[in-house]
Design a protein around this ligand. Structure first.
Ligand SMILES: Cc1ncc(COP(=O)(O)O)c(C=O)c1O
Length: 363
């Protein structure tokens, strides 16, 4: 099948670029002896998770038990649920999966540790527990070494759990590389304080799991980190380009849309709106909803649910009804999550049709 035979909107992944992205990060993590555990929230496709394992990842990350179940059914055997599970039902899913797969979960409360331990005991399994620490993103994670140590001790005392180490997400470092340097030093001060407290207490920390796509190639600068969980690096997106985390050539995924109306002067309407691209805005001064590969002077200025509004008033280019355009989304993870299937392409040929099996698995 060729791209021309696809209906639009269609999410296309350039396989050459994706494979290059996978190989590049795998080679970096090998060089720095870091364990790679990619976050699969970006693609939600077991086959792509397996590709990540084949290219050097040790295991994968998911956010929710529903995603973990899809990945386990797809043959993934080493899964971190990087999200606090606080209900019995969710903990039960994690424990059931632990019968056939290595499962670990990150958490920041006694309540979450207790509920997971109960589920582990009921399933006759010890589930890996990581204590999440806040290194400056202020989303989840305990905010002192004393609290982290207290949770680690609590975990170690529960029969359904095994304390595996510390986990953090440096979301505050989604910045330009120059601006990241001071932030990495702050994170390192925080990490070092934790290592000292644990060492003084004689508690070992086997795993220190961190990492994001924005900081992926600086992961070796984080003190003591031995595992990273970037997600977006497989495809990249426009917001990562604006942060200088990658170039346009590193962006593997575009949405192919069709021009459906040019009736309003200065406007071109395409067949993808907020239900195709999500409402994620671009970072930077001018708010737009994606980058049009065919013409950078045309701005993607507004979204209706099924209409994308392009402003052509600053461009010499005019578009024809039925013409196909390729748009780089601002935020790739939410874009993929809105599609039943995406296509792996090489040149004009569609080589792969992937079902986005874990899409919508928010529980
Ligand atoms: C806990 C956690 N780990 C890893 C990631 C992946 O990082 P990125 O989105 O920068 O690829 C995320 C992203 O939101 C996350 O929340």
């Amino acid at each position: 099948m060729t791209i021309d035979e696809l209906e639009t909107p269609a999410v296309l992944v350039d396989l050459d670029v994706m494979e290059r992205n996978l190989a590049r990060l795998a080679s970096y993590t090998r060089k720095h002896s870091l364990t790679l555990r990619p976050h699969t929230k970006t693609h939600k496709i077991p086959e792509l998770a397996r590709r990540q394992i084949e290219s050097g990842a040790k295991g994968i990350t998911v956010a929710k038990p529903g995603e973990a179940r899809v990945m386990a059914e797809g043959g993934l055997r080493d899964i971190m649920i990087a999200y606090p599970l606080v209900t019995e039902a969710k903990a039960r899913v994690a424990a059931e999966l632990a019968r056939d797969s290595a499962i670990c979960v990150s958490m920041d409360s006694v309540e979450a540790l207790d509920v997971l331990s109960q589920a582990g005991l009921a399933a006759g399994r010890r589930i890996g527990a990581l204590v999440e620490i806040d290194v400056g993103f202020h989303r989840c994670g305990v905010d002192s070494p004393e609290q982290a140590l207290s949770l680690a001790r609590h975990a170690a005392g529960l029969s359904g759990l095994e304390f595996r180490g510390l986990m953090f997400y440096p979301g505050q470092l989604g910045k330009l590389p120059d601006e990241q340097t001071a932030g990495i030093a702050d994170v390192n001060r925080c990490l070092t304080a934790h290592y000292e407290a644990f060492q003084n207490a004689g508690v070992e920390i086997p795993v220190v799991s961190g990492g994001s796509t924005a900081t992926a190639y600086r992961s070796h600068e984080f003190a003591g980190v031995n595992e990273i969980r970037p997600g977006m690096y497989i495809f990249n997106d426009r917001n990562l380009v604006s942060l200088g985390a990658c170039s346009l050539e590193d962006c593997a995924l575009h949405v192919m849309v069709t021009v459906v109306s040019t009736a309003v002067p200065g406007r071109t309407i395409v067949d993808g709106g907020s239900k195709t691209f999500s409402s994620d805005r671009s970072k930077g001064e001018k708010v737009t909803y994606g980058l049009i590969r065919e013409d950078s002077q045309t701005d993607f200025i507004a979204l209706s649910e099924e209409h994308g509004h392009l402003d052509t008033t600053h461009s010499d280019r005019s578009f024809q009804i039925g013409e196909r355009l390729h748009i780089l989304p601002n935020h790739v993870c939410v874009t993929v999550n809105m599609h039943d299937q995406i296509y792996g392409v090489r040149g004009n040929t569609v080589e792969k049709v992937w079902q986005v099996k874990a899409r919508g698995k928010v529980q």
